[in-house]
Write a protein that binds this ligand. Structure first.
Ligand code: AMP
Length: 207
């Protein structure tokens, strides 16, 4: 099973991705996570990527395409994978099409005015859990006990830039995959579990 998750920043791609990969036993391929791991390890790639990420811009296509090409050729991707945050441009989608077919493209659709609040209240854990300050007031992870942190690019100015980049460069992928008969849109304004129920319906062939 090969899946693409599309959606604006803050649409809930990461939360849905965690549930899908655990239920369906496929690999989670997140270009954002891969880039952040490189930033943390202070690699040359990480230093290069950080200059784009901190401004809310996209990292150049050739860099992320290479990350994905390397990653999906790993043995754990043989049984399937979920692409989270990739592709983000038509050029990336074209490059992906040359590497592999995909079975599902799920677009998580959220109201734009909810996004800034969602992202600016978002808190992360290194274990992959995410929280929102409106529903969780502790500063350590409920699952693993590690301290929560806020992503550097989750401040309001950068979020606004990420949203305009999404509109200009990523939203055209909705039409791209729709024209190829691959796209299914789910309503991402509901709770994480309610959205996941819809996602599961799609993946089980009920929608
Ligand atoms: P994410 O964790 O998916 O929100 O990604 C965080 C940041 O990493 C984005 O705002 C981009 O700067 C960069 N990034 C992640 N995935 C891609 C991609 N497919 N193409 C270009 N830049 C990306």
């Amino acid at each position: 099973m090969k899946i693409i998750l599309l959606g604006a920043p803050g649409a809930g791609k990461g939360s849905q991705a965690a549930k899908i990969v655990s239920d369906f036993g496929i690999a989670h391929v997140s270009t954002g996570d891969a880039l952040r791991a490189n930033i943390k390890a202070q690699t040359e790639l990480g230093k290069f990527a950080k200059s784009f990420i901190d401004k809310g811009q996209l990292v150049p296509d050739d860099v992320v395409v290479k990350i994905v090409a390397d990653r999906i050729s790993q043995p754990d991707c043989e049984k399937g994978f979920l692409l989270d945050g990739f592709p983000r441009t038509v050029a990336q989608a074209d490059a992906l099409a040359k590497l592999t077919d995909v079975d599902y493209v799920i677009n998580i659709d959220v109201d734009f005015d909810a996004i800034v609040n969602r992202i600016s209240g978002r808190r992360m854990c290194v274990c992959g859990e995410t929280y929102h300050v409106s529903t969780y007031d502790k500063d350590v992870c409920a699952k693993c006990g590690k301290p929560l942190y806020q992503r550097d690019d989750d401040n309001e100015a950068t979020v606004q830039k990420r949203l305009s980049v999404y509109q200009e460069q990523t939203a055209p992928l909705i039409e791209y995959y729709s024209a190829r008969g691959k796209l299914v849109t789910v309503d991402g304004n509901k709770s994480i579990d309610a959205v996941y129920a819809d996602v599961k319906d799609v993946l089980n062939g009920n929608r």
